[in-house]
Design a protein around this ligand. Structure first.
Ligand code: ME8
Length: 481
């Protein structure tokens, strides 16, 4: 019954962008839907604060890593507020609790840890080790960060990930550990079948001091990814806290496609080493580009989530990223597209369905809605879509109902019924409209929480409440960014 949902924890090396914003919104829908079903929910997110990437960025700004992390971490909190994110927890990997529990985890995993020399390559931008083969393929330069790989030759601790490959594969194959969408499942299965290698899980302290100390070895700190993944259980109070005992395994972990390997191979390996169950599902979203280009400061195409919310409101922001970025693939943000979605779908279709219903009930029945007979509304497809994290499909279902309702009104023509004094039938028609809108509000609750609440406030009490009728007001400069 308990429901635990997580997002990844972003690095604090730069300001939050719309990709981070989208991930929060996706996970928020799952959390809100579970609460709506009456489940006790823990929804956690947070920030990933250690490692070279953050340390180097802080240094370039002449700040201490923690000072810099404090600043950016706060921006992520502000983003959550801006987007109406209902997280219950916010974990920072610099929290004392996380640091202590990470050391407990390290010790619990020690049977699968050995020390050895690492000779190879590393990309600070990715905070990842690369194999010779990959480095060769990329001619020694990381294709994502355009920087040469660093040569490392150092003593590291290693985790015996190789021994867990078959068990992870079995869990994925059997669906016990579900990976959505299937393309991502196949991608990771392919990798696992090639054989997982043991992974380095520490760095010498003399090279990178911004990290959590390895217990019992003052010369080593934990590799940032190894420690960051642990947040999913330290946030619940692993190992002794009641929340950990009753909320793990997670129901869904939400991540982006670039960090699949960490979550579908390394993290399950760590859990198996700890003797813990794997998450029930991993939902992997795609990337959002701006005008078809990667979000990048150097390209100068960064759009801040706040600019979008300031112009269209938080629910329009959520709507765009939930419905117009494919849940199972990559998508684009452009001002033209969100403008179109706002005007056509939110203002004209949904806003109008509410508006005309309200106006007619006021005009023909003095605002009195009266009893609403129970009508059957089919929500099977919507539920199935939500279950599979197909947020776009779930909203398609809601809009089927919105369009169906507008069509119903056009066909029934309540204004003609009123003119012809067919009062009983008019009352039925208007009651049906209200029933549809309340159903739509229910379905929108996880997606557009304040819009859903407004609809319920206006129509849910038997008498139309006129205080807030315009859900999506016309924008004056609708065509300009
Ligand atoms: O990977 N579109 O942090 P991060 C959509 N600290 N999603 C995007 C995106 C885009 N353009 N760019 C990034 C990390 N993301 C680690 C996670 S978890 C234990 C540690 C997503 O700040 C990305 O896929 O680089 C990831 O899910 C999240 O933003 C944080 O990325």
């Amino acid at each position: 019954m308990n429901y635990f949902v997580t997002t990844s924890i972003p690095y604090v090396n730069g300001e939050p962008h719309i990709g981070h914003a989208m991930e929060l919104v996706l996970a928020d829908v799952l959390a809100r839907a579970a609460r709506q079903q009456g489940k006790p929910v823990i929804f956690s997110t947070g920030t990933d604060e250690h490692g070279s990437k953050v340390a180097e960025k802080a240094e370039s700004l002449k700040l201490k890593p923690k000072e810099f992390a404090d600043k950016i971490s706060q921006q992520f909190r502000d983003l959550q507020k801006l987007l109406d994110i209902s997280n219950d927890r916010f974990i920072r990997t610099t929290d004392a609790g996380h640091e202590q529990r990470a050391q407990i985890i390290w010790k619990a995993i020690e049977k699968d840890v050995y020390k050895s020399k690492y000779i190879g390559l590393y990309c600070v931008g990715c905070e990842a080790y690369v194999t010779e083969a990959v480095a060769k393929e990329n001619a020694g330069v990381c294709p994502h960060h355009k920087t040469p790989y660093q040569k490392l030759e150092e003593e590291n601790y290693f985790f015996k990930l190789s021994k867990y490959g078959p068990e992870i594969q079995k869990a994925i194959d059997s669906g016990a550990f579900q990976i959505l969408p299937a393309t991502r499942k196949h991608e990771i299965l392919h990798l696992i079948k090639e054989g997982l290698e043991d992974i380095s899980i520490s760095r010498p302290k003399e090279k990178i001091s911004w990290g959590i100390a390895v217990p019992g070895d003052p010369n080593q700190v934990m590799y940032v990814w190894f420690e960051a993944l642990m947040n999913y259980i330290t946030v619940l109070g692993y190992p002794e806290h009641e929340d950990f005992k009753t909320f793990w395994p997670a129901n869904v972990q939400v991540i982006g496609k670039d960090i699949l390997r960490f979550h579908a191979a390394i993290w399950p390996g760590m859990l198996l080493a700890l003797g813990l169950p794997l998450p029930k599902a991993l939902y992997v979203h795609g990337f959002v580009n701006i005008n078809g280009e990667k979000i990048s400061k150097s390209l100068g195409n960064v759009v801040h989530p706040k600019e979008i919310v300031d112009k269209y409101g938080v629910d329009a922001f959520r709507y765009y990223f939930l419905r117009h970025i494919p849940s199972y693939g990559d998508g684009v943000f452009t001002w033209e597209l969100i403008d179109k979605a706002y005007n056509n779908e939110l203002a004209n279709e949904l806003g109008n369905a509410v508006q005309r219903t309200v106006v007619m009930i006021q005009k023909y029945q003095n605002g009195l809605i009266g009893d609403i007979p129970s009508f059957e509304h089919d929500v099977a497809q919507y539920n199935e879509a939500l279950e599979l994290c197909k947020f776009d499909r779930a909203l398609d279902e809601v809009w089927e109902k919105v369009r169906g309702l507008n069509q119903y009104i056009d066909e029934e023509k309540p204004w003609t019924l009123a003119k012809n004094k067919e009062d009983d039938h008019l009352k039925e028609v208007l009651a049906y409209q209200v029933s549809c809108l309340l159903q739509i509000a229910d379905m929108l609750t996880p997606f557009l929480p304040s819009t859903a609440e407004k609809i319920k406030n206006i129509l849910g009490t038997g008498i139309v409440q006129v205080t807030e009728t315009t859900l999506f007001p016309r924008l004056l400069d609708a065509t300009k960014a």
